[in-house]
Ligand binder design. Structure first.
Ligand SMILES: Cc1ncc(COP(=O)(O)O)c(C=O)c1O
Length: 438
């Protein structure tokens, strides 16, 4: 891709979630991406240590996805999704449903993880409305990330994502997060902390279970730095929800489609929610798309309350189930299956986690947590929290590795197509960069 930072202006584009002024002084542009690698605008090679933003496990610019989208675009570049449709959206919903728990047979398409969360919130409301329930309270968790739309901000447990946006949904209460100084360097699930799920019971005892509509959790809290659920924690949440008619929503935007070494977190932890949100790897990151899947119980309640001929759920987006996204999603599902990429993720996990946890003794490293093919590496903060992480991210890039940082935490998530040599290369570059920071 031809791009010349000397002649092309960087001024106009307002970059998301980025130090715009710093970035424009020291731009880091990608002009090509293929497989595990990116090419920067100076021609340098950068290994992708976070699968983009955890969304491209099958590798960048996969030819089957390019071909499928190209083919679909020759048939139609757009089809109105309200009151008409095209076969690709039905085919993709059927294909995704095959991967879901048995009682999940319905999939609603959106364009991002944030839209999936807003849609899930509205499905919860529609479900309780259908049952005649008066439940208006939502439960979320400290350190949660559920995207950036107003629903997601309302559920957010990350202070920088909400402190400048005070006008959020009312009636959201927070459980405590599950990270503890007492159990550092956790590989897989934490041993202790299941009792933190009793925070939900305390909400029930304080507000009345019949006032609580749903409890939203990321089964593994992702963007905050990979906080795995303590053993027994998700089971206890499920139990409290069941006892009180509360819907349990798993935000699987990061954990879905093999990231933890199985199809979804629900398969890894053996706990089934009532609603699941997903996005990212649904199209291998190639075309924006998210989805919400519901159990038959939730779906049927919403369908059955509407009079015959009436619209059952007053919600949808102009680009819900866009043909390009559906074609990309179908090709992605085929690649996952044909190349057994979830199996590959499971197989590579031990090698990957061994490699990441070998950083344990580095003086810059405060804590590491990992599961499947994702790990969070906390660096010791300098005087200004986040500054060291920001510096590490830049240095890593110029040392030839892309890693997503949140504050002082780097989140490493290789592609499922990565070979051991790719993981070795990542760890060599990561260690070298930490050495440079020390
Ligand atoms: C758990 C979770 N939910 C929701 C989102 C929001 O997704 P998007 O950025 O596609 O809106 C993210 C993004 O990282 C996420 O990790």
């Amino acid at each position: 891709m031809a791009y010349d930072v000397q002649t092309n202006s960087l001024a106009e584009f307002w970059i998301p979630f980025t130090d715009n002024r710093g970035f424009k002084q020291d731009p880091r542009l990608i002009v090509k991406a293929s497989g595990n690698y990116l090419t920067d605008h100076h021609g340098g090679t950068v290994i992708d240590g976070s699968s983009g933003l955890f969304c491209s496990p099958a590798g960048h610019s996969h030819p089957k996805i390019i071909e499928a989208v190209h083919r679909a675009m020759q048939d139609f570049t757009y089809v109105a999704p309200f009151g008409s449709g095209h076969p690709l959206s039905f085919a993709l919903a059927e294909r995704v449903a095959r991967l879901l728990p048995e009682n999940f047979n319905h999939v609603f398409f959106v364009n991002s993880g944030s839209e999936a969360i807003d849609t899930a919130l509205k499905m919860v409301m529609a479900y309780h409305s259908a049952l005649g329930n008066d439940r208006t309270r939502f439960v979320s968790r400290e350190r949660a990330y559920h995207g950036v739309n107003m629903g997601g901000v309302s559920l957010s447990g990350m202070v920088n994502n909400r402190k400048t946006f005070p006008s959020v949904m009312p009636n959201v209460v927070m459980m405590r997060h599950t990270w503890s100084e007492d159990e550092l360097f956790v590989r897989g699930q934490q041993q202790s902390g299941a009792e933190l799920a009793n925070d939900l019971q305390r909400m029930v005892d304080t507000y009345g279970g019949q006032t609580i509509a749903a409890c939203f959790v990321e089964p593994v809290a992702g963007s905050t730095g990979i906080l795995t659920p303590p053993k027994g924690y998700l089971e206890r949440l499920r139990q409290i929800c069941d006892e009180n008619g509360i819907l349990l929503v798993f935000d699987e935007v990061i954990t879905g489609f093999g990231r933890l070494g199985n199809k979804f977190a629900t398969d890894v932890f053996g706990v089934t929610p009532d609603i699941m949100t997903m996005a990212k790897a649904l199209t291998n990151g190639s075309i924006p798309m998210g989805a919400v899947a519901t159990s038959d119980k939730v779906h049927d309640a919403i369908m059955n309350q509407a009079a015959p001929g009436a619209i059952e759920f007053f919600h949808g987006y102009t680009y819900s189930g866009h043909p390009a996204a559906c074609a990309a999603g179908l090709a992605t599902m085929e690649i996952f299956e044909e190349d057994d990429l979830f199996g590959r993720a499971a197989e590579m996990s031990d090698y990957f986690l061994d490699a990441v946890f070998s950083l344990k003794d580095h003086p810059m490293v405060r804590d590491i947590r990992g599961i499947g093919m994702i790990a969070g590496v906390d660096l010791h903060s300098s005087e200004k929290p986040g500054a060291r992480g920001g510096q590490a991210q830049k240095d890593l890039f110029w040392n030839g590795m892309h890693v997503k940082f949140t504050g002082d935490t780097g989140i490493i998530a290789p592609m499922f197509i990565a070979e051991k040599t790719h993981i070795d290369e990542m760890m060599e570059k990561f260690r070298k960069t930490l050495d440079g920071l020390a």
